[in-house]
Design a protein around this ligand. Sequence first.
Ligand SMILES: Cc1cc2nc3c(=O)[nH]c(=O)nc-3n(C[C@H](O)[C@H](O)[C@H](O)COP(=O)(O)O)c2cc1C
Length: 325
Amino acid sequence: MANLETSFAGLSLRNPLIAGSSGLTNSLSKIKEMEQAGVGAIVLKSLFEEQIESHSEKLASISDYPEAVDYINTYVKMNHVEKYLDLIRSAKEECKIPIVASINCYKQDRWTDFAKSIENVGADALELNVVMLNAGDFDSNYLENTYVSIVRDLKKTIRIPIVVKLAKNMTNLPGLVSKLKSLGVNGIVLFNRLYQLDIDIENMEIVSGPVFSHPSDFSDTLRWTAIVSGKVPDVDIACSYGVHSWEDVVKGILAGASAIQLCSMLYEQGLDSVGNIITCLEEWMEQHNYTTIDDFRRKLSFSNVPDPTLYERVQFMKYFSNYKQ
Ligand SMILES: Cc1cc2nc3c(=O)[nH]c(=O)nc-3n(C[C@H](O)[C@H](O)[C@H](O)COP(=O)(O)O)c2cc1C
């Protein structure tokens, strides 16, 4: 019988499937359904710093009194935070699997107090979703330096495991992951999916792009999981972005992931897909004589394949010359 237990970022999981942060993890009833469906851990919907800021600014703008502005700012902030802390408390009371809180932020100073409260109410870990684009006049190390300073600050504040969810727009991903690991980060999620946009050519305006990922998005996730797991020794990676089938789960683990986050797939295929993945994963492991996840994890990472350049240059010439016009 296959044993699906694994560990990610210091957390023991009954299986490698993690429900990624989204609207599917924003209430106690949904979290309980998710646990019932069989996932190994849950990342709660992020507490968005921008959301808090914009709410409080909107309310503040209708008041003429500076003291009132202060009061409103504090009230709105506390209200959001209190609700979030309640969600963690109740999830911890009612669920057995690890509950990971999530903060979506872009600056170092505004939310570290929340992080301490999150730890105090019993979250098993904190996932950090630092959302930034270097579209300004910042120097080329700006994004990396921001991640490093945020983690350094947070490490002084909390003791629970810290997971950093990275976007794809990093210049030197293995270098950054290595730096974060040396600062004490316990797990890395590859990748976060940024809000997608599009242009409406009739109405001449910017509109939303697709909300969900596509199976073809997984190729990048796989490549970078293999490269980072091969180049940064003992790093705990959770694959995310583009996982749409049980085969993707197997591939992610072969590339080096300790855990796999699911989001779009759960929206599109429903929570029953979790049970299906577990059954297929067990069957695949039995067919290939693997007893544990560690028996095949990293088997095809950058450091374990005979020709790692396949992950790097991907042989453009050969690839395109085979294409029949
Ligand atoms: C509706 C929706 C809401 C999301 N909300 C959050 C969020 O609050 N925090 C976060 O870190 N990621 C959020 N995400 C991103 C997902 O956690 C995930 O990283 C991304 O969708 C890529 O994974 P997928 O290909 O499995 O969907 C959201 C995604 C969707 C589709």
